[in-house]
Design a binder for this molecule. Structure first.
Ligand code: CCH
Length: 290
């Protein structure tokens, strides 16, 4: 499958900044969602799941077609909870009907990461809605029960190496797991809506105990009520992953820069961008008010 980016006709940086601002403003005004976490984390998760169907071997899946809008894709049990993100975005799409779903599902993640204090993410437009026949079969999302071997094998389908996988998983500083969605329980940090390198610090510094939660699943818990999934904890159990965990725990700049690169690669997987489609670096609300 070839996915060629097509820019929105007659739209410029200003139009995409308007979409960014509408999402960021709505995030601010609905900040009490999920006990004060706000919508940022679930929007980042949507950007991930709408890209996580990618298969480098046949270039199928990925964010291009915006196929998460179809029930067949969104109803995957592993995507439970993401209806909160798509509902949040419905009025945004009504206000900006010209934007493709793939562009909307990726720009919302960029907006959330930047507004929550993360790195600036250069973002390119040009995803085009494709039909229901392009929805990949379910089974492409990762399960949280895996060990390091599982994680490494899983991300081979994207062509991501060890360093990239560790950097990308640093996104699990945001938000939390919910018993009613995934059967896991609790946040990764006391702060659920500030993007930092603390995921790595927590992995290394806390005392983790493997325990059964209220839905009978095994998760790693530490004092203060924070948790790790088995796939998160795999990053300190594997020496090749551990090296990068240690690096990112020490060096937030290195993490921010590597996270930016792999997140862009994730959101753009499988898409051919013509040189004329320039990356937009969108401004945060804070930058615009200064
Ligand atoms: Fe994740 N993630 N994720 N994840 N995820 C969950 C929540 C978030 C896995 C499992 C889970 C990435 C990779 C993985 C976020 C971003 C990313 C939950 C809880 C599970 C389970 C869902 C619930 O109960 O509501 C597994 C396994 C992998 C394998 O690698 C990647 C990559 C990213 C982004 C780059 C974010 C953010 C959340 C929080 C959502 C919220 O609602 O707070």
């Amino acid at each position: 499958t070839v996915h060629i980016a097509k820019p929105e006709k007659g739209k410029s940086l200003t139009d995409f900044q308007s979409v960014y601002n509408a999402i960021a403003t709505k995030m601010k005004s609905e900040s009490d969602y999920d006990d004060g976490t706000g919508y940022g984390p679930v929007l980042v998760r949507l950007s991930w799941h709408s890209s996580a169907t990618y298969n480098i071997h046949d270039n199928s899946g990925g964010s291009y077609g915006g196929t998460f809008r179809f029930k067949k894709e969104a109803s995957d049990p592993l995507s439970k909870g993401l209806e909160n993100a798509t509902k949040f975005l419905d009025p945004i799409h009504e206000e900006f009907p010209w934007i493709s779903h793939g562009d909307l599902y990726t720009i919302c993640g960029v907006t959330a990461i930047q507004e929550l204090g993360g790195p600036k993410i250069p973002w390119r437009q040009g995803r085009v809605d494709t039909g229901p026949e392009t929805v990949p079969a379910q089974g492409r999302l990762p399960v949280p029960e895996g060990d390091a071997t599982y994680v490494r094998k899983y991300y081979e389908r994207f062509g991501f190496d060890d360093q990239e996988v560790v950097a990308l998983l640093g996104a699990h500083i945001l938000g939390k797991t919910h018993l009613k969605n995934s059967g896991y329980d609790g946040p990764w940090d006391d702060d659920t809506n500030i993007f930092t390198n603390e995921f790595f610090g927590n992995l290394l510094e806390r005392d983790w105990t493997l325990e059964k939660n209220d839905s009978g699943r095994m998760q790693y818990n530490a004092k203060g009520g924070i948790m790790m999934l088995p796939t998160d904890y795999a990053l300190v159990q594997d020496p090749k992953y551990l090296k990068y965990v240690q690096k990112y725990a020490k060096d937030q700049d290195a993490f921010f820069s590597d996270f930016r690169d792999i997140y862009v690669k994730l959101l753009e997987s499988g898409i051919d961008f013509d040189e004329s489609i320039e990356p937009f670096v969108l401004k945060t609300l804070k930058e615009q008010s200064e």
